[in-house]
Design a protein around this ligand. Structure first.
Ligand code: HEC
Length: 138
């Protein structure tokens, strides 16, 4: 009887582990699926995403609004610096920071904020899908 309890506990732990790791891997796929539902795709391009990421906007009123790289820098494996506050921002590359893009709500929240700041409007589903495919590969 004692062993049975342990076995059930172990099974529970395995279930929980696979459930959480699946949840993590799923956020990126879910987001890409959402962007398609919202009219983006069917193909998303990491090359277009990189272009979008690096574009310097000449008409920006403020140096912090010129580009995504104003805060995140051009080297995604390194920490960035918040252009207004000077606070460090952890690297955007999942190869360095594996929990990047693991929380769909977080991704959407920051897309909303940062796109308004840099592009002056919300990014389209196509732009978000392109940028996210680029970032996810880093
Ligand atoms: C004014 C500074 C600033 C600029 C400019 C900026 N970001 Fe960010 N971004 C942040 C901060 C701060 C965070 C949240 C901190 C963190 O995730 O480490 C963040 C987080 C993100 C995230 C969420 C990352 C995650 O782990 O889910 C995405 C996606 C993102 N930014 C995309 C962009 C894109 C695309 C642009 C250009 C359109 C951009 N950012 C421009 C400051 C900036």
């Amino acid at each position: 009887m004692k062993h049975r309890g342990i076995r059930i506990l172990a099974l529970g732990a395995v279930f929980l582990l696979s459930w959480t790791s699946e949840g993590r891997a799923g956020a990126f796929e879910d987001l890409m699926e959402d962007y398609k539902q919202q009219g983006g795709g069917p193909v998303f391009s990491s090359i277009a995403g990189e272009g979008f990421w690096r574009t310097i906007r000449g008409d920006a009123k403020d140096k912090c609004e010129t580009s995504c790289t104003a805060c995140h820098t051009t080297d995604l494996t390194r920490s960035g610096t918040h252009c207004h506050t000077g606070k460090p921002i952890e690297p955007m590359a999942p190869s360095v920071k594996p929990d990047r893009y693991a929380d769909a709500e977080k991704v959407e929240k920051w897309f909303r904020r940062n796109c308004r700041e840099v592009v002056g409007r919300e990014c389209t589903p196509q732009e978000k899908g392109d940028v996210l495919s680029f970032l996810k590969q880093q």
